[in-house]
Design a binder for this molecule. Sequence first.
Ligand code: HEC
Ligand code: HEC
Ligand code: HEC
Ligand code: HEC
Ligand code: HEC
Ligand code: HEC
Ligand code: HEC
Ligand code: HEC
Length: 449
Amino acid sequence: MLKRLLVILAVVASGAFAASIGDVSSIKTLKVERGLTEVAKGCIECHAKETPGHVNDWKDSRHGHVGVSCIDCHSVKKDNPMAGQNCPGVKGTDTYVSMLVSPKTCGRCHPNEVHEFQQSGHARAALQIRAKASMESLMHHYEGRGNPDLQDSPEATGCMQCHGSIIEVGKDGRPTAETWPNYGIGNVYPDGGVGNCKSCHSAHKFSIAEARKPAACASCHLGPDHPDIEIYNNSMHGHIFNAEGSTWNYDSAPDAWEPGDYRAPTCATCHMSGIGDLTTTHNISRRLKWNIWAPISKTREGGYETAVKDFENGKITKGNALAGHPDGSEAARSEMEQVCKSCHVTLHTKSFFKMADKHVELYNTYAVDAKKMIDELGKKGLMKKDKWADEAFKVWYHIWHHQGRRMRQGALMGGPDYAHWHGVFELQQNIRELEAIYNRRMKTGKIEE
Ligand code: HEC
Ligand code: HEC
Ligand code: HEC
Ligand code: HEC
Ligand code: HEC
Ligand code: HEC
Ligand code: HEC
Ligand code: HEC
């Protein structure tokens, strides 16, 4: 960590700092008086006119206050695959810049956060899509209709914005439209960096307060297959946040954000923040006991994520589906329970998790039965080749990917509408539908038209 000694400079602007955020016209006169090299000052002064939004966000950030400036994040060595001189301010000089800033750059000053991030399920988000042939065929063949010119748009406008992409650059070091821009969490950069720090701390504020609010997760964790923000809003914690969260304090130092600053937990409190004896972690998988996105939930005994390491060795892998706490699922659950401890008594927490875990086990009984029917139909040649046209496959997909995830996530995060109406209620209807198709096909030996 470069610490605060990093040139505490006064970025003095002629009247500009009094201006309110958003009023970008007033920062055109920004003058950097001391503490930075001439080149570094040049970036800020010219960009205050050319791209005032970036400078305005940056000058109000911690980085602005401690003198970490444009050049610290955007300048790269000439031989970096992302290097270019497409910025007119550096053309013909010996400075090379890239508009891509990979976690490798952040890691120069924040090595722990980057390291922890790489041990999390977030780190595999882009890699695992490319590692699976079934995902490629969904995005390009089915959704993109195999159209050579148009087949990349489903990934670029959808999946990639949440999962990230394997970013490709042209000869000029600039990223292709098929792979950038995006705010996806698991971006793989041409310099080998994996992850995306701006997914939660948007550029150029890089604010800790922003990342502590549910909004920082809600842009990805929503919708029919992972309605986490909806579940949160449905929970008693979300109820309290929505009633009074705008008055809470989000600015405490890392590890010092404690009950009192807030009355109910946000996503970050339970999955990341230091609270009580727990320390902050950028590994959002660390406190998870179950793997509840999977078709059949198992407890997480796989240690840390390994996708990044494999990528560095040149392989694209699916990642470690059971990654979590290095000491296994009970250690993970015990850390999660420590979160609750600051506000609830032991019996409250234990009883809550006892019934939530049973709901996961109940889900598994549905999934095992459904999978058995699908496998049997497959063995007997009673599934269509085009699985997205097969009624049995579609029902199975909704069982695990939609209703089943909602049922499990709703139970474990206290959202009754998702545990029940959008969850197990729909599941008991689905399993009947699947049984009917199964019985019909087994009896007639034919796939219905
Ligand atoms: C702490 C590191 C950091 C600092 C300091 C920083 N940037 Fe950035 N910048 C980023 C990141 C991260 C991105 C997002 C890149 C991506 O999408 O992969 C970005 C994106 C950009 C982009 C391209 C994206 C767009 O929206 O147009 C420009 C241009 C840019 N920054 C200019 C600047 C300028 C000018 C400054 C100084 C006032 C600055 N940056 C300071 C990290 C930084
Ligand atoms: C004399 C003015 C000027 C100076 C000095 C300057 N820039 Fe730029 N920069 C620009 C303009 C203009 C653009 C293009 C904006 C656009 O495409 O809309 C640009 C673009 C960029 C981009 C995007 C590059 C791309 O591939 O499109 C980055 C990153 C950037 N500048 C960073 C910097 C950094 C870092 C410095 C200091 C080392 C710097 N700039 C100095 C004017 C300047
Ligand atoms: C040259 C070193 C350097 C680089 C590169 C750098 N940072 Fe920082 N960052 C700092 C310093 C110094 C602080 C202030 C630490 C403090 O307040 O104790 C800071 C603070 C932060 C904070 C806390 C902000 C707050 O609201 O308190 C976040 C978040 C952050 N950086 C994210 C990033 C990200 C993301 C990147 C890469 C895009 C990055 N940093 C790159 C040095 C750096
Ligand atoms: C830019 C999109 C994005 C944002 C923002 C985001 N996530 Fe995620 N998250 C994902 C994706 C994509 C996955 C699935 C990764 C995978 O398994 O491939 C995921 C997975 C997870 C998982 C499960 C990891 C595992 O090991 O199975 C947790 C827990 C999680 N996110 C929590 C959070 C929290 C808490 C926040 C906010 C503080 C957050 N996420 C912000 C996209 C995002
Ligand atoms: C709105 C954001 C968003 C979009 C768009 C999105 N995903 Fe996801 N995806 C997520 C989140 C969040 C999770 C984590 C769910 C969980 O942990 O319960 C996830 C989980 C997954 C998983 C399971 C995790 C794993 O490690 O295997 C796969 C596979 C996946 N997504 C593939 C895709 C594909 C392919 C697309 C596009 C066709 C896509 N996703 C579109 C956010 C998104
Ligand atoms: C999933 C959302 C998310 C992502 C992605 C993320 N952060 Fe954070 N970050 C947070 C939250 C939440 C906090 C505040 C934790 C707390 O309550 O103290 C934080 C805090 C920080 C801090 C303050 C010191 C600390 O560790 O608490 C730094 C520095 C930081 N993040 C850097 C990064 C860097 C570098 C990356 C990219 C590798 C990154 N963050 C990616 C959510 C995120
Ligand atoms: C009260 C604490 C709490 C809050 C608040 C909370 N979560 Fe969770 N979350 C949990 C618990 C507990 C689990 C299940 C952990 C396990 O596996 O035992 C979980 C599971 C998850 C999963 C599923 C991981 C998987 O295996 O597929 C995701 C994704 C997730 N949370 C994201 C979020 C997001 C996003 C928010 C905010 C909108 C949020 N959580 C709010 C406690 C919380
Ligand atoms: C910052 C304090 C805080 C933390 C941390 C916290 N909660 Fe809560 N929780 C509350 C408050 C306040 C209520 C509302 C209590 C009431 O009305 O009786 C609540 C309500 C609940 C409820 C609804 C039932 C009830 O008694 O109202 C459940 C279930 C719950 N919490 C579970 C958890 C679990 C599990 C964790 C840890 C994963 C956790 N909470 C962490 C503050 C917290």
